[in-house]
Design a protein. Structure first.
Length: 480
């Protein structure tokens, strides 16, 4: 399988449902697809879901793709589409995560490595390339093909293939330069070659192959067994035909010398042929019956061995569970008492002025986080530009104008509206509370959302936030 092209493997799977061929395709392209998905969704679990979805799509569309010489470009485009849908679906789930843990996850440090500048935009840049340029780039630096292998796959000369790769690298460099990321062509090649394709999690290939193959048409065990019998019978018939041909050829040579004697032998053989053929057919039936009985006995033996091992395992687990039953009951009682105490404390806190303020603060931060995620999804779908007013976010917010805790949309305002890449190096404020809030201890607070998606609460003794907003370079949106 290793010496076959992607087209040959796809054809084998599309026409014969070869699981071995599809598994080889997954092995070849798993790291490329998983790395692209990880860059686009920035979450290892979501990246695995996106990767599995790509190969399920490959299994369903194998017949249409079997004549495609370069498969990696199609896989990347499919990963980009599935990742965009996954990001939209994940917005609502992220909003409902635990407040403190989610805020810590959204806080991020400034990137200080060239790859960290390039990675968020690499897949968008690849999507901007033409299909021939993208295919050439994927073969050279993602699949790490040599110049000769690349030229053979594309069906062009080595010089033309190299020119196509150079042109694609230059267009990538220009794409990044327009977004404030300056890197030379040679440096860009080194960074992409070293970081673009990373090893996928162990066991992911087996999981994806199983899921994708289940999406296709499954060949039943009965049909497979019948096919094996048919193949075995055909082989025997071929053997008999070959032997007959050898006899015929030998008889022809011998006939040149002893024609009269050969005629008599041929007549004798013709008379004896009928009972011999019957004996051969009977032996074939007996062999097939014996093979079937042997397979059934082996399967029964394996089943009994598995049952015995499982029984011993269950007995061991039962003894362990009996020993843990009393301890589990104690733990349940302790948990019940703890929950009662916690509920009472939470009830007392909610009834106090300080508790009401904390609840309102948490609801405000949650609403700000949801708005920040909606802004970033909007930017991904609109050439990396933030929305200039809240009407643009109607679809991303599912027409929500009031958030949990009775927080109105009018509580917030947009600032520093511009390209997402303008604020990628140094995070800037893009949202803030319209009016600061007075804290129970007499101070002031105001919640901000930064361009990298993080949410921060700033405090002030006198109600002035000029120093903080100067750091965030606040400029109120004209759309507000």
């Amino acid at each position: 399988m290793n010496d076959q092209t992607d087209s040959q493997l796809l054809r084998a799977y599309a026409e014969h449902r070869s699981e071995q061929a599809f598994t080889e395709l997954v092995r070849r392209h798993l790291d490329i697809v998983h790395s692209a998905a990880l860059r686009m969704v920035c979450d290892s679990h979501l990246a695995q879901d996106v990767t599995q979805g790509v190969f399920v799509a490959l299994a369903r569309n194998a017949a249409q793709l079997k004549d495609r010489p370069v498969l990696s470009g199609w896989l990347h485009r499919t990963a980009q589409n599935i990742a965009a849908q996954t990001v939209r679906t994940d917005v609502r789930r992220r909003v409902r995560e635990q407040e403190a843990a989610a805020m810590n996850e959204l806080l991020s440090a400034e990137p200080d490595v060239v790859w960290e500048h390039i990675a968020p935009h690499l897949d968008s840049a690849l999507g901007e390339l033409s299909e021939p340029d993208r295919d050439a780039l994927m073969l050279r630096y993602f699949e790490r093909k040599s110049a000769g292998e690349m030229a053979t796959t594309l069906g062009i000369s080595g010089e033309a293939a190299q020119k196509r790769v150079s042109r694609a690298v230059e267009r990538l460099r220009e794409f990044f330069a327009k977004r404030g990321i300056t890197v030379g062509a040679s440096g860009l090649v080194v960074v992409i070659s070293a970081n673009a394709v990373q090893a996928a999690p162990v066991g992911l290939a087996v999981t994806i192959s199983t899921a994708a193959l289940l999406a296709g048409t499954t060949i039943s065990t009965t049909v497979t067994a019948t096919a094996i019998k048919t193949i075995a019978m055909t082989t025997l018939q071929k053997t008999l035909i070959t032997a007959g041909l050898a006899v015929a050829v030998g008889a022809g040579i011998y006939e040149a010398h002893q024609a009269s004697k050969l005629r008599e032998q041929v007549q004798t053989l013709q008379q004896q042929q009928a009972p011999i053929a019957e004996q051969i057919e009977q032996l074939q039936h007996e062999r097939d019956d014996a093979t079937t009985r042997l397979a059934a006995l082996r399967e029964e033996s394996e089943r009994l061995n598995r049952n015995t091992a499982e029984l011993m395992k269950l007995r061991s687990e039962a003894g362990s569970l009996r020993g843990q039953a009393s301890e589990l009951e104690k733990l349940r009682e302790e948990k019940r008492q703890t929950n009662l105490g916690l509920a009472a404390a939470q009830n007392r806190l909610a009834q106090s002025p300080a508790g009401a303020y904390v609840r309102h603060q948490i609801d405000t931060v949650n609403a700000m986080r949801q708005l920040g995620l909606a802004m970033r999804v909007y930017a991904l779908d609109n050439d990396h530009k933030f929305a200039t007013n809240f009407d643009h976010l109607t679809n991303e917010l599912d027409h929500v104008t009031k958030f949990e805790g009775d927080i109105d949309l009018d509580v917030f305002e947009l600032v520093n509206v511009g390209l997402l890449t303008d604020t990628n190096t140094v995070p800037k404020f893009i949202l803030r509370e319209r009016i600061p809030r007075r804290t129970p201890d007499g101070k002031w607070e105001r919640v901000y959302c930064l361009s990298d998606g993080s949410v921060q609460t700033r405090k002030s003794d006198d109600g002035s936030f000029d120093a903080d907003e100067k750091w965030g370079i606040v400029r109120q949106s004209k759309g507000d």
